[in-house]
Design a protein around this ligand. Sequence first.
Ligand code: SAM
Length: 238
Amino acid sequence: MYTDLDVAHLYTLLNGWSRADDFYLARVMASNRVLDVGCGPGQLLRRARTEGHAGRLVGVDPDQAALTLARHDSSIEWHTGIAATMSFAAEFDLVVMSGHAFQSFITDDDLVASLAAIHRALAPGGMFAFETRNPARREWEDWAAGEPFSTIDHRGIPVIVSYQILSVAGDIVTLTETTATPDGTLLRVDEGQLRFIDPTLLSDLLVTSGFSIAARFGDWDETPFDPDAAELITIARA
Ligand SMILES: C[S@@+](CC[C@H](N)C(=O)[O-])C[C@H]1O[C@@H](n2cnc3c(N)ncnc32)[C@H](O)[C@@H]1O
């Protein structure tokens, strides 16, 4: 069996430092008070601290196991919880959501409540930076066609990881991640959902929530967003 902590370790192994992290890190380093919503194992804020960030760094995530890994850096505040129920008030210059955490907001109610809490958390003029995959690219079809792949987990044991799309309903994709041993013994199946929100709807919701859109990029090199881009990276001002 694979525990929640094993899954958190595997997530860290499969999601190493990337161009996206460089994009966010530059902004974190330029901001004194930073909130990372859906921080997972906390890789971004922990790197910011080791690179000399001296201000307030706060991570929020509902996943206790991921936070167990994040808490290796105790100079950072780690809170268990979801975005919608955060109670920070005008405390941050920057809120980030990296690693497509924004796509975890599935229902309209959760999305609106989460945007309201993020807006409340920001000082006036503060920035919210996040990305969501462009639905026009239908990336889930590539995942469905993808072959299982093998990797070595944190204990040095070979595991096979595969993804299966269970359903696509409107803009919500339901999928599973399966971890098994090379001889086919099942270790774990996790089911999750991701919302591939329409870019126009997203802009409307941000504006309704009190944000203005400062920039929209289609790539981590700050290429402007276009309808064929893989990512919709948004910088919104509160
Ligand atoms: C794909 S991980 C990204 C983790 C991290 N930001 C990164 O870049 O590696 C998405 C994270 O969002 C968290 N999450 C899911 N629903 C959430 C919610 N409603 N509010 C805040 N975080 C949430 C999950 O627990 C998970 O750790």
